[in-house]
Design a protein around this ligand. Sequence first.
Ligand code: AMP
Ligand code: MG
Length: 498
Amino acid sequence: MANDTGLSFLSEAPAFGFDNSYARLPERFYARLDPTPVTQPRLIKINEGLARELGLDPVMLATPPAVEVLAGNRLAAGSQPIALAYAGHQFGNFVPQLGDGRAVLLGEVVDRAGVRRDIQLKGSGPTPFSRRGDGRAALGPVLREYIVSEAMAALGIPTTRSLSAVATGEPVMRETVLPGAVLTRVATSHIRVGTFQFFAARGDGEALRLLADHVIARHYPDVRDEENPYRALLDRVIARQADLVAKWMLVGFIHGVMNTDNCSIAGETIDYGPCAFMDTYKPDTVFSSIDHGGRYAYVNQPRIAHWNLARFGETLLPLFNDDSDKALAIANETLATFQGRYGQALMAGMRRKLGLSTEDEGDAALAQDLLNAMAEAEADFTKTFRALDPESDDKVRPLFAEPAKYDAWAVRWRERLAREPQDAAACRAAMRSVNPVYIPRNHRVEAVLAAAIERDDYGPFEEFLKVLARPFEERAEFADYAEPAPADQCVYRTFCGT
Ligand code: AMP
Ligand code: MG
């Protein structure tokens, strides 16, 4: 069965079991098109655990016909490829049309837990939304997204996932010529704040309602029973984003490009471009080479999330109430809950990081004062929390350039721990289950990418994935992965995958 671009449907499987709800929405929600074939697909990686979660056989996924599908050279049965339309605020400036410029949604599958998941190819060729882009992705950013998204998942942070990476055998032109690749991204959906903005900007109230109803059915079915389901929708999205950003802050993750088109309605971390984990704790850390004003600095992330949610709320105004004053009041009241929710999620996480199972008035100040001491003494964020121990300061003191700053704080922490019902062993175990040993440190990511790109050596990539898959479990043979960059390997700048 051939179609327009000559892609053929596979008869010999793989059977993804696609059921494509987004493709059943009206045609103005997307553009129908097939991925553009590549000359020499070569499988780099299949995510076996994720494949099984999706009800797919990982062995089947690695067979040549399946790799053809993951490269965009053939279509699996039931696939209805579409590039999604969306708009977005990029660094605060509204762009009425962005859209999937280098991605196509192959279809949706219902996973073994009953959750509907998008299967998307990223780097699959030009689409009507490509503007001046080539529709392709370079191997480096594909591997970076694979590594960091899987690390986030293992840390328990909602995120899109990576099912596979395939090298295309084709060059992509960036500042230099780079090898190309296609990532298969899995998301609970690719609907963004920017998707709502696309229709709001066009005054397409009918599409907005359809989109909101689609999102409710798919992600928030319980809000249908609420008195004002659209208000409840905003409420739920705020809750998920507040929780998500708190989780980022608690591991020192800097997204780097929190544009509204990268803000997922399902509350997943999406779009791993210039993202990075902080080494030394500095609240104003910015890595992205294009973030000149520091808009998306670590410390700004909650404020930006709130701003993005306000843009979401604006798109829903006509659905809240026919009376525009009433609609605005609903949006404002709902948006005003963000700060409190974020603060609660952050504090709950901070208490866990500090080994506190109960709540005490002074906990916020205690946590803040540790962070202040870390900032002043240039302590490594991840190592410091991991080294905290209810009974010993031996590991943590040397992490502070001025250990006295830690000592003063530790006296107060111990006083607080003394009021905890749990004993030291239980407290230590609880702390170790939330304070990771291993994060994808930038210098390690860079080294893994360099080995793959320059030497075609994927050993370091495979090993790194093994380390990051169990971030809370110290393993002697991987001790080096817990260390921050030596001074000469510090990474200060990251670049978008475009
Ligand atoms: P991002 O910075 O990845 O969030 O992308 C912002 C917008 O640029 C989206 O509409 C992307 O689809 C589009 N885009 C990014 N890279 C490319 C590319 N190489 N070709 C075409 N469109 C792209
Ligand atoms: Mg994006």
